[in-house]
Design a protein around this ligand. Structure first.
Ligand code: GDD
Ligand code: MN
Length: 368
């Protein structure tokens, strides 16, 4: 009996915490105003940094997409930083740049691959824009995206802005989408409350002077974008994901689980690094950071321990209560949202274990 009780308590905490957090944030903040003076006429100089590693298949499409952005060209600087690609990516970039000389594009070629964040820091040395936007090659932006991003920076309290992601081109799209629905609401509600500690490499914009102040992007963890946004929130600037700032992201056709696990590894590294900072977080941000840290680092293990205890109780004491809860947990897998949640918990558990032997700072590419 006490085993069943502990197992049940753990399960209640496991499911109750994110549900309570979600409904609390949604009800309290989602329909609130931003409290930010955004201005679409604010058009500062901007530097777009595109990191590339073996992107021959997609790089031209990406450059064309940036080229079509509706933003004054004299205020736009593009820096592509390649880390020793072996598929001829730099050559394709040079060829494209020759054909589009009216765009201010600089190519940096690193002779050794030391990871995305290292490459970003390299590019930062050459950046001159007031705002720096980082973007992955496998993402595409609608043509108003720069304007829709920069308008938020018209307000000096905003330090960083990221996007919402529309997954495209995959067989497993459905899983991605159902997971994204509540995920996006959380990002927006956290942003309205103060800041979100989760950013996206498909579009992550930062004030360059703040990046300088922070010493660039962290190279010891994978989630350079999320961690930098969080650091910016910790020094009391808003780091936000607004509604309606959508970009497309290509989801891998093959190796989907590995991809999700690697990303989970990066997020876990980020939140583990945040643990030390929690105490000095500004008031509005402390709760957000504490709960997200708990949800990424500890909460998945509550589910695991609860399941193990229920199985143990069923086997040793033949507890019908334990068997009943287990059966319910399995039966609920027919509900999509629940199934998605459980899969995400498994990803987080596997990811935290994988982090013990590899940090995936220089990761292998998934086919898209
Ligand atoms: N220069 C350079 N050097 N670029 C790299 C390297 C590297 O070592 N490794 C990857 N890149 C580039 C890729 O070419 C791509 O443009 C971008 O970095 C992201 O790589 P993906 O392979 O597409 O990563 P992902 O989609 O799994 O993860 C991305 O999204 C995450 C969540 O939004 C990354 O941006 C993560 O940093 C981010 O946390
Ligand atoms: Mn990607």
């Amino acid at each position: 009996m006490p085993l069943d009780f502990i197992a049940l308590a753990l399960a209640v905490i496991h499911f109750g915490t994110p549900l309570t957090y979600y409904f609390y944030l949604k009800n309290k903040y989602l329909s609130k105003p931003w409290n930010i003076n955004a201005d679409e006429n604010y058009k500062p100089k901007v530097t777009i940094i595109i990191p590339t590693y073996n992107e021959a298949k997609l790089i031209e499409k990406k450059l064309n997409n940036i080229y079509k952005q509706k933003y004054p060209r004299d205020k736009l600087e593009v820096i592509v930083v390649d880390s020793a690609s072996t598929d001829g990516t730099p050559k394709l970039i040079k060829k494209w740049a020759d054909k589009h000389s009216e765009l201010n594009l600089k190519l940096i070629v690193e002779s050794e691959r030391k990871g995305k964040a290292h490459a970003l820091n390299h590019a930062l040395e050459y950046a001159t824009g007031e705002i720096v936007i980082i973007t992955d090659v496998d993402s595409l932006w609608p043509s108003e995206t720069i304007t829709k991003t920069l308008k938020w920076f018209a307000d000096p309290t905003v330090g960083a802005v990221s996007c919402l992601k529309k997954p495209v081109g995959s067989k497993v799209k459905e899983v991605e989408e159902s997971y994204r629905q509540y995920y996006n609401i959380l990002r927006i509600a956290e942003s309205k409350a103060y800041a979100t500690p989760i950013f996206h490499g498909e579009l992550a914009a930062f004030r360059r002077n703040l990046l300088k102040k922070l010493g660039g992007f962290p190279i010891d963890i994978g989630a350079d974008d999320s961690h930098t946004a969080t650091k910016i929130a910790l020094i009391r600037y808003r780091a936000i994901i607004p509604e309606n700032l959508w970009v497309e992201e290509l989801v891998p056709n093959k190796g989907y689980s590995r991809w999700r696990i690697r990303r989970a590894q990066h997020l876990i590294q980020h939140f583990a690094k945040c643990l030390r900072e929690l105490r000095q977080a500004p008031k509005g941000f402390r709760k957000i950071l504490a709960i997200e840290t708990f949800l990424h680092l500890a909460n998945p293990y509550l589910l695991l321990v609860s399941t193990i205890l229920l199985i143990a109780s069923t086997l040793t004491t033949h507890s019908l209560t334990a068997l009943g809860i287990l059966a319910l947990g399995v039966a609920l897998l027919i509900v999509k949202q629940y199934r998605t949640w459980i899969i995400q918990q498994l990803y987080l558990i596997v990811a935290s274990l994988r982090n013990i032997w590899t940090k995936e700072i220089a990761w292998s590419k998934q086919v898209k």
